[in-house]
Design a protein around this ligand. Sequence first.
Ligand SMILES: NC(=O)c1ccc[n+]([C@@H]2O[C@H](COP(=O)([O-])OP(=O)(O)OC[C@H]3O[C@@H](n4cnc5c(N)ncnc54)[C@H](OP(=O)(O)O)[C@@H]3O)[C@@H](O)[C@H]2O)c1
Length: 272
Amino acid sequence: MAVPTIEIASGVHIPQIGLGLWKVKDETQFAEGFQSAIDAGYRHFDTAQIYGNETMLGSAWKASGLPREELFITTKIWLKNYGQRHLQKSLEASLKNLQTEYVDLLLLHFPVTVLRRKAWKILEELVQGDTVKAIGVSNYTVRHLEEMKKYATITPAVNQVELHVFLQQPELVEYCRQEGIKIEAYSPLAHGKVMDDPTITEIAEKHGKSYARIMLRWCIEQDAVVLAKSITPSRIIENLQLFDFAFDDEDKAALQTLDRDLRTCWSPVHVP
Ligand SMILES: NC(=O)c1ccc[n+]([C@@H]2O[C@H](COP(=O)([O-])OP(=O)(O)OC[C@H]3O[C@@H](n4cnc5c(N)ncnc54)[C@H](OP(=O)(O)O)[C@@H]3O)[C@@H](O)[C@H]2O)c1
């Protein structure tokens, strides 16, 4: 199945669904998951320096024989690499691990106090060259993004944040929409922590779709790029099937009531 793409920077088109790779550490599982994803139609893969699997992604891609331009690869600069020399060296290492000459999207993984400003300026330099196609941030709140207006000359192409029906972040979503920053929804299944909510179950039954697809479709309806993680072939396929149904007003209203500020990963809210 072909996944719709969205232009996030001049000439850079991101598939709206990507495969999350956090915690996928076993090489065999990685290779099988990657192949299932490719067979299903995924072309977008979300890794990070800290995930420890860039090398596996590079090997899996090479083994697939797919031309590089068919893939969309995101990696993220880990916090300890934010200094000038470290950042560039760490990107070189990431490219080597990934066996590629460029990443499609490079993110600052977290709004590290003080260091984030300088790190962003380095990303702005990097995106002028050939090794990075687009740059963005992750885990930035409205406050962190507003602060960027004081020092950034390039608006981040994306802000990758935790987003799901239990953490709807309407202010952040609206802010990013207005500023032309694409939201990428990470942990769109709330890390699998709430898979028995009665409202979602009811909507799933009504549409004849799975519980997970209701959660993921909600992210699509926020216009977000969706990054679910799975190593299970049947789920990898299922998580791509989000475009053959839509919510009616009743579904939307019911899902809106589920927002409960549930964070399943780290929180940037109190980062100065
Ligand atoms: N930027 C950041 O700071 C940050 C933080 C967290 C995550 N992320 C990104 O977002 C991606 C996804 O987030 P996540 O890994 O936290 O969690 P998630 O995608 O919300 O949930 C993953 C969990 O849901 C299960 N699952 C997947 N599809 C399912 C389905 N159709 N039905 C039932 N269960 C299903 C998975 O199990 P199986 O794998 O066993 O199938 C796994 O246990 C990460 O891999 C990473 O790329 C980024």
